[in-house]
Design a protein around this ligand. Structure first.
Ligand code: G1P
Length: 271
């Protein structure tokens, strides 16, 4: 059973400047709701019991968002606005399942994962990258079903334009297991167009084995001088760890870029 999820939140969010010069991108509203709440909702609906947020000192506002009791209590003692009351209640429930760990230097997603080493209890855990929002079908829930069926690691997958492969982790697929699931034989972080093994991209949902920590500890910085999770996954695959690419059915919104972020509120309001 997958019971724990981790969410790297320490990134600088430079692709969303100037909005992120003061506010963490995960608190920016998308259709009136801070982006991070969509990630929490996905986890809760997928049966996750504990969510580990990897933040940085600079992004302490994320923690504050869940612990702003005084302001809510003062307001609610004078004004019984049900909308505010319900939101406060929701925060109280959500924060019971959230733990915070710190990654104060932005050294990459792999380094962020390493910060959760002491907290991961089971053989597998879920990771969600908050820039990637997926609606209509709960991607994490579907991936947990795939994990339970094949007893393997799973990553979300989507076909992308050949000219944009250098923006993503790109898979090499070997075997079709079912309509939506494929065995992966390799994955490369942000390859150039000529070296890309396909146009199938990794999207930010991963079910990873605990054994990934031993690979991350030994890993040297890769693309962009960062410790990339993709490089550790690549190592595990080369040592015969089974990884499946799951072509998710939901609607994907890339909220990590300005154009994507602007479009996302409009897209969600149409759902
Ligand atoms: C990260 C991963 C990349 C993946 C992408 C999905 O990149 O490193 O492999 O394809 O998320 O959004 P980032 O968006 O942090 O540059």
């Amino acid at each position: 059973m997958i019971k724990q999820a981790i969410v790297p939140l320490a990134g600088l969010g430079t692709r969303l400047l100037p909005l992120t010069s003061v506010l963490p991108k995960e608190l920016l509203p998308i259709n009136g709701i801070p982006a991070i709440e969509y990630i929490i909702d996905e986890c809760v609906d997928a049966g996750i019991k504990e969510i580990i947020f990897i933040i940085s000192k600079k992004k302490n506002l994320i923690k504050k968002y869940f612990y702003h009791d005084k302001m809510y209590k003062d307001f609610l003692s004078k004004n019984k606005d049900p909308r505010v009351y319900n939101h406060y209640k929701r925060n109280l429930i959500n924060r019971k399942m959230i733990k915070f760990v710190y990654q104060n230097k932005p050294l990459g997603t792999g380094d962020a994962v390493l910060k959760t080493l002491k907290l991961i209890k089971d053989k597998y855990f879920l990771m969600l990258l908050p820039d990637d929002l997926i609606f209509k079908k709960n991607c994490s829930k579907e991936m947990i079903k795939v994990h339970n069926k094949y007893n393997s690691s799973v990553m979300a997958s989507m076909s992308v334009n050949k000219n944009s492969v250098s923006r993503w982790g790109i898979y090499k697929l070997t075997k079709k297991l079912s309509k939506l699931n494929f065995l992966i034989s390799d994955v490369v972080e942000k390859p150039n167009k000529k070296k890309a093994p396909s146009n199938k991209a990794v999207i930010g949902r991963y079910i990873l084995p605990k054994s990934i920590f031993s690979k991350l500890i030994a890993l040297k910085p890769g693309k962009n001088g960062e410790i990339n999770i993709t490089d550790a996954i690549r190592l595990l695959i080369s040592q015969n760890e089974k990884f499946i690419a799951h072509n998710f059915l939901g609607k994907y919104l890339d909220c990590g870029t300005m154009t994507g972020y602007i479009k996302s509120s409009f897209e969600i309001s149409k759902l």
